[in-house]
Design a protein around this ligand. Sequence first.
Ligand code: SAT
Ligand code: MN
Length: 591
Amino acid sequence: MTSYPAAETYTKSRALAAWVAECARLTNPDRIVWCDGSEAERRRLTDEAVAAGVLIPLNHEKRPGCYLHRSNPNDVARTEEVTFICSPTKDGAGVTNNWMAPDEAYAKLGALLKGSMAGRTMYVIPYVMGPLGSPFAKVGVEITDSIYVVLSMRIMTRMGRAALEMLGDSDHFNRGLHCTLDLDPKKRFICHFPQDNTIWSVGSGYGGNALLSKKCFALRIASTLGRKEGWLAEHMLIVGIQNPAGQTRYIAAAFPSACGKTNLAMLTPPAALKGWKVFTVGDDIAWLRIGPDGGLWAINPEAGYFGVAPGTSAKSNANAMRLVEHDTLFTNVAQTPDGDIWWEGMDSAPPAGLLDWQGRPWTPESGAKAAHPNSRFTAPMSNNPVLSPHANDPRGVPISAIVFGGRRATTMPLVLESFDWTHGVFMGATMGSETTAAAAGKVGVVRRDPMAMLPFCGYNIGEYLGHWLELAGRLKNPPRIFMVNWFRKSAEGDFLWPGFGDNLRVLKWMLDRIHNGADGFRTPVGIAPHAKDLDLTGLEISPEQLRQALAVDRGEWRQELASAGEFFDKIGTALPEALRRQHRTLAAALE
Ligand code: SAT
Ligand code: MN
């Protein structure tokens, strides 16, 4: 009989002690380690990870405190087809989620978990989502056998003793059980039990599958909590924009994975827009609540960024390049002979003697990418040179505008404002985007991705959209809703809009609309800026190119609405009637 440390020395929560004991009985680890979040612990675990070959130390003169992790080549992205919402009924999960009956899921994963940590260490990771002391904040505990997960959770969440203090003797915490198993894709399942505030994940070590705080808790489970408790958990960055007069306004923006959320959240203003500054509150997830003023207030529940590496450069995101200068974990990037990192789109030619993401010698003639297209950096937000002074504010920040955006080569103009809240919810609900490398499967196929939550909504999508609509009734001061598309292309296949820092020009128009009555004109599908309404100071873009970027083409929109209509039909009776009405009205307006 193995003896484990007494849980009572770590926690006053009898529910937590009992659950840890239960997981230990199931998985039978050799050791249990309760993580305290200390610096000494980080050093000890890092040394162990290096000794085990899980982490490769990088050149600490060039990149102090940085390590490289190479994952199993079969385990490099989220796996949506084996991600399940195990609500009591299939209808509870809705048409956009895979569903498994809770009993079946517990039995199936239970069989895989039985004895799965024999010979291994079980880590107990208590963590807080949200600023400490915030009424928004929630406690989760992840149990895992992966040291990479522990070290990542330490960056991504407020982890350790502070979480146990916040939990106290309560039994109210998210229970996340994760086991790597042997990484056989046939034994890979990510199961959510919203009714039990529980997540079981097996067979993957990849970020969104294994860092259970992130998509699993802060989006899928939290969205169900938000519905019950009257708030929203969203796949949104939060960015603060300070004008030359020193006023800061906040925008929350939803984009699918790998569509530039981190870049927008850390944007460097174009030199010609003098006096404008941008600050990051969050780059991936927002928890939004109605504040005492009747407005919508947001926190970022996370404490770090898990960003896509390829394409990140001094030009596309100078702040991110500084973010990852130290104390960063890199996953599946290429390694240079002097122990630094490299990826495609870094703006420097690949140095000779590279090792690719699998550790194999690489040359430009290799015919494959050196860094995996979904390779990542995991860095603490405290590294961010433009971190908002309110990133740790327990009250969060007040949101002036909500933005929905996808990656679309056609149809979607650079920007549109919605006519009102319901129309804005319709815009979000009918969003489409081309698939990216962040999820396993084909890249570049347009799919409906309502509010960028398709893979992350923890309950019936129809009810979720209803929850969005209902919120308006309780908001005295609702944010305005916009949609954007940075990715529209010309007939020749070139991007029409420069993107990156210049996106501030679009955000500026939004804030000018809200606060300064800036002009725009009504199209059948939303309010658009004239070219003159955008601040184009110092930007070289031809009037024709801008016209194409802003254009609303009725033919394309009729197709778009047809596709949105099919999606609505799929949702069926769960879809709020108000959204169907929006669809009919727009269809008529386009005739
Ligand atoms: O799912 S992850 O959090 O690993 C990254 C993403 O797809 O957004
Ligand atoms: Mn994301």
